[in-house]
Design a binder for this molecule. Sequence first.
Ligand code: SF4
Length: 302
Amino acid sequence: MMLKSELSWSYSRDRLFLECRRAYYYHYYASWGGWEREASDLSKKAYLLRNIQNLDAWIGDIVHQVIKWILENQIQGNTVLHDEAINKTKQMFLKTWEQSRGKLWVNNVKHNLNLFEHYYNRELSRGFLAEKLVKAQRSITNIYSCGLLETISGLSKDCILRVDELDSFDFEGIKIFAVPDFAIKNELYTLYDWKTGKPTDKDALQLSCYTLYAHDKWKATIDNIQLVPVYLAQEEVSLNPIKALKTEEVKTYIRSSISEMKSCLKDASANIADIDKLPKTNDGWRCKNCRFQEICVPGQKP
Ligand code: SF4
């Protein structure tokens, strides 16, 4: 089946749109179809570059996958021991590191890690890498110590609503990807988001987008939803909910973001962007860590 390019919305898409519109163009438009044999060179290259991950995203990805594995087992009544989870984290770390170092992505861009630091020949000390592994393992340890697994073991399977699956919902005709990492229903709908970075002032907005998903999927209302960002890399982790933004406020934000994105299209029905409306950022410091610098910055080679 031929995939059709269509405008969708997610919090991360909005972030990229705000940070650098040219990077947004490369990520969501130039790369479209870059997986096809007959795609243009630019499209193939943009697709390759959009699949590059930086160190923090890589660690976050490993942590998400290991937690998913722990939770799915727990829900089935199989306890994954802490040591097993720590070992699995290390195995995934080493396996994906080798994928990137050995450039296995040359044969399969989508399913092999391509680290930014490898691709652009940035130096990585063993000590720095070891710190990243420690961070990933601390995040997993914190899942065991925060009380979540005890909460789950007291719930029936019906109360587990979702465990880190790709999903979307419709918002005024646009597909929205804004889905919590984990969701349960006890007295309230509790939506969790695993965070391997530090708290930011944007977290409330990001998590509040999940309330629209919860309403769409389970008819939950803002009064019976609690949003829990879990800052896993900290020394001590709590499961404290944060205050959600008002539903209308979230809808207004998303509506306005979509409208701005639409204004950068030259053919809305075919979802074709106008590159002239998606200029390079003026924040030059962003380019240093940008995946797309090879095609965006003249003379830049990996
Ligand atoms: S290199 Fe700079 S201007 Fe170009 S896409 Fe990246 S952040 Fe934007």
